[in-house]
Design a protein around this ligand. Structure first.
Ligand code: CU
Length: 155
């Protein structure tokens, strides 16, 4: 199953248009969240994949937003990091680069990563500008030091 956000943001431009259209509605209505804020950052219950880091220091559950699997445009990715015993690993420093190996280029902008508790780390602002195969080349330092390359195909 692919769980879709209420308003899929297929392109950054569409997201901007949606934000502009919806901005007036947000004023004076405290329960209304702008679509661009809620669509990116809510993750499905089931992971897209589970991968081990290269030296097997960490196991990672990978989820994507606003769609899973990801579509073109700006996406957020959540990693849930656990150790060999399955315990969440907190306090990691996570850095990642989105890379399109077939064409030898990256994505515009630098993703920002925030730790959200219980071994979860959310990277935002990953701009998957083209269809095709993308890698998230991810480095972990701190309580564990290791690398992982997460691969997915963007339709
Ligand atoms: Cu490309």
């Amino acid at each position: 199953m692919i769980s879709r956000a209420p308003i899929p943001l297929a392109t950054p431009l569409r997201g901007l248009v949606a934000a502009l259209l919806l901005a007036p509605l947000a004023i004076g209505c405290s329960s209304f969240d702008p679509a661009a804020e809620t669509a990116i950052g809510e993750f499905p219950a089931d992971p897209l994949m589970t991968v081990s880091t290269e030296a097997r220091a960490l196991s990672l559950e990978v989820r994507t937003s606003p769609t899973q699997p990801p579509s073109r445009g700006s996406v957020a990715v959540e990693y849930r990091a656990s150790d060999a015993k399955g315990a969440p690993v907190t306090g990691l420093v996570v850095e990642l680069v989105a890379w399109m190996p077939a064409m030898g280029h990256g994505a515009s902008g630098t993703p920002t990563v925030s730790e959200t508790g219980e071994g979860r780390y959310v990277a935002r602002g990953i701009d998957l500008s083209m269809a095709g195969r993308w890698e998230l080349r991810t480095t972990f330092t701190g309580p564990a030091s290791d690398h992982a390359t997460v691969v997915f195909d963007v339709p």
